[in-house]
Design a protein around this ligand. Structure first.
Ligand code: ATP
Length: 227
């Protein structure tokens, strides 16, 4: 059974040391909830976990083997849903999802896509182009990717933003099912998401800028603008 762990992780964005000495460990069926104020590094850590951002120092391991040894293998066991919607505007909802399902090697990507939209409670958006979807519909479509293109480790950046209460309850059920099958979930949030037995990781325990809110808020202008 897989164990995903990080040791002595340090992350630099621009010239800013975002977190340092960060440790985590998550086993089969585990959930890790990332908490912390704006700019404390939740998204950065998720990107590090996904292999999209290289830590300055420290290691990520999967069953004791360094993830850096085989980045492609790691990407195949991860499904990362960022807080920006990755919906292609000209493709319909089902085409968007089928694209991801095909990438994950599904035998019948369109069937996977339709089944996932059904589970997310939005079968009626199947033929609607991405550009016409509401914020909540786009969000459900992004989360449907978790079902259409299954992976052992779900990395979710503020997954409930724009979701209505019914969708949040449905989504909590999907997380519970995934964990019951031995899957793992790491998610960032500013609200409550039910993850029974999940652990919390407080990012401000690891950032040298934890009590400097002014410095944190000034650096959101644009990519590369951080002094
Ligand atoms: N592409 C980038 N280039 C330079 N600095 C960046 C970049 N992305 C993020 N940062 C900086 O890294 C720090 C951590 O940002 P991050 O988005 O990881 O925080 P967060 O905890 O997810 O914040 P929020 O709760 O607001 O989503 C911030 O100071 C931010 O300005």
């Amino acid at each position: 059974m897989p164990v995903f762990a990080g040791s002595e992780l340090t992350c630099l964005r621009g010239d800013r040391l975002v977190f340092t000495g960060l440790e985590f460990r998550i086993g089969p069926g585990g959930a890790l909830v990332l908490l912390g104020p704006n700019g404390s590094g939740k998204s950065s850590l998720l990107r590090v976990m996904a292999g999209l951002l290289k830590p300055l120092r420290g290691t990520l391991g999967w069953d004791g083997v360094a993830v850096a040894e085989d980045p492609d293998l790691h990407r195949s066991r991860v499904q990362y849903v960022g807080h920006l919607d990755a919906v292609k505007p000209v493709l319909t909802a089902v085409e968007n999802l089928a694209f991801w399902a095909a990438l994950a090697g599904a035998a019948d990507p369109a069937a996977n896509a339709r089944a996932a939209l059904d589970r997310l409670g939005v079968p009626h958006i199947a033929g609607v182009p991405g550009r016409y979807l509401s914020a909540g519909q786009k969000r459900r479509l992004n989360l449907a990717r978790l079902l259409a293109a299954p992976a052992a480790l779900w990395l979710l950046d503020e997954p409930t933003v724009a979701l209505d209460r019914a969708a949040i309850a449905l989504f909590e059920g999907l997380i519970a099912e995934h964990r019951a099958q031995g899957g793992m979930v790491v998610l960032s949030t500013h609200t409550d998401i039910a993850t029974p037995g999940g652990e919390e990781l407080h990012l401000d325990d690891f950032t040298p800028y934890a009590d400097d809110e002014e410095a944190g808020s000034e650096d959101y202008e644009e990519e590369g603008a951080v002094p």
